[in-house]
Design a protein around this ligand. Sequence first.
Ligand code: MRU
Length: 351
Amino acid sequence: MLKTIMSQHDSIRAVEWKDNHLVLLDQRKLPHNEQYVQLYSAEDTAEAIRNMVVRGAPAIGITAAYGLVMAARKCYKQYPSDWRVRLEAEKETLMSARPTAVNLMWALRRMCKELETIDGDPEGPMLELAQKIHQEDIEANYRMGELGSSLIPPSHAVLTHCNTGSLATGGYGTALGVIRSAFSSGKIEHVYADETRPWWQGSRLTAWELVKDKIPAHLVCEGAAASLMKQGKVSWVIVGSDRIAANGDVANKIGTYSLAVNARYHGVKFMVVAPTSTVDMQTATGNDIPIEERPQEEVLNVGNQRIAANHAQAWNPAFDITPASLIDAIVTEKGVVERPTPEKMAVLMAS
Ligand code: MRU
């Protein structure tokens, strides 16, 4: 029953395999234009990831998996005797498209492990696995939606950051999936969403998803978050993640860390929602997570319009690290880790 209600809030798909190629909803054009990009090669797929046609850690991983399917098809046809060697280079192109979201590396490693078991034409089995990775992500999101929602007491509203919805995942969403589930089950009646500078994932993407789902929401400037918490307007801050280190430190969209600091100060709870494909047990702490720095023009301009003073410069890290000590709960499809520690993370990942 809950799943039926939840699926009423799950109509958007940003990544789709059609016949023999990949179709991406161009997230740079949203919300005012719903345009799709057709991709037929791994190079173009890597470019689409780099340029933010598709973004959000799980969506990037799924996209890269489909990209590798197209690379496998090309290499097997064009270089039948050494297609595996050629494919390695294409995998590296995909792997280096963005550095922080570990789902990208996770999906490609999983695909490559499968390759070792394949003898003949790799396209069919590779596509089957990419579709499985996609489907598993959607199922994980539904599970996390239930688990995360169960932590929230009936309250007026929650605050979220960036876009963690259907657009950022295989479908439904991580943090936004929890919000969708909490709204469906009557736990919350309102959402505050940070606009999320400099890419405006909140204003352009999260607001678009919430409006489509008829979930009442207000956008806020990031700078308004502390006042929102001080006035007691939100019970939880709920965010996603691009990579979770073995000690429970979390990399997520720049601005997440200051939300966590503010939440702790104001007695607001802080939840991170991410599938276990986002957990990187090979990375000991947040200090070891590579943080992508993007072009300063993204801060100095809005679209093609220069906003900053001429000759002004900008620093543009795309992500920051929230220490585990500021996190009340990490919600994964395998279960919830409250107040994460290295030991609790190890138990979760071994389960
Ligand atoms: O730069 P982006 O838009 O790819 O950043 C996305 C985020 O930071 C999300 O919060 C994160 O990937 C989790 S998405 C389910």
